[in-house]
Design a protein around this ligand. Sequence first.
Ligand SMILES: Cc1cc2nc3c(=O)[nH]c(=O)nc-3n(C[C@H](O)[C@H](O)[C@H](O)COP(=O)(O)O)c2cc1C
Length: 231
Amino acid sequence: MKITVIYGTNRTEKSSTYNIAQQFLAELSDGDPVTEFHLPKDMPEFCTGCFACFSDPEKCPHYKYIRPISDAILNADLIIIAAPVYVFHMPGLVKALLDHFGYQWIAHRPIEAFFHKQALVITTAAGAGMRHAVKDVQDSFNWWGVGRTYTFKKAVQASEWSQVTEKKRAVIAKEVKATSQKIRSQKGSGTRLKVRMLFYLMRFVLKKYRFIESDAAYWEENGWLDGKKPW
Ligand SMILES: Cc1cc2nc3c(=O)[nH]c(=O)nc-3n(C[C@H](O)[C@H](O)[C@H](O)COP(=O)(O)O)c2cc1C
């Protein structure tokens, strides 16, 4: 399957998260294209809060960075965000990237293709904080309308991959295979209930309040206010 991976740091060989992500790519890519981005190298900016993207994403002052990432995730069957836990959450770089995609939340202008995609959040920690870290990304995937999101979290008790014990590596390899099988078997199996509920909730709100007229118009153009569904 076509995969786009965004790594939350520039670390590669030394990174436990990167090495686990590589195992997923080996399991799932099947020779199809894999597109990889590293933060901050490929998107070093913070959202300026200008609101321009809500009327036209191309007006984002950082569009030169956002466009290749946006194109790649749109072209992927599986979107992966892989990043370590920093102080119980995702590194700020990941949040800075996700802030740039607020315009495509279900509350605004969701993109139909996402409802048919899958996503995976990979994180590692020395010991704790993975639940919050995963949620930092999962919230965006759900609100982008991604059909199915999986998580892979591992306490590695290490600051780099070379320190991860053989025993732990064997467990990781087994769990990567099991999660990959789930991802493979669910491909094309539809949008999960939670995401559909977010869509219905926002349809109700937009219909009743039309609080951002351009969002309501976008939903209307797609026929979503008249009963059509994006999945
Ligand atoms: C700035 C910073 C903050 C960290 N915060 C946590 C934390 O809150 N909880 C934890 O268990 N490990 C924490 N760690 C350890 C890393 O999450 C852990 O070593 C991780 O596996 C590193 O991933 P990497 O090898 O992919 O870079 C932190 C590391 C750094 C550099």
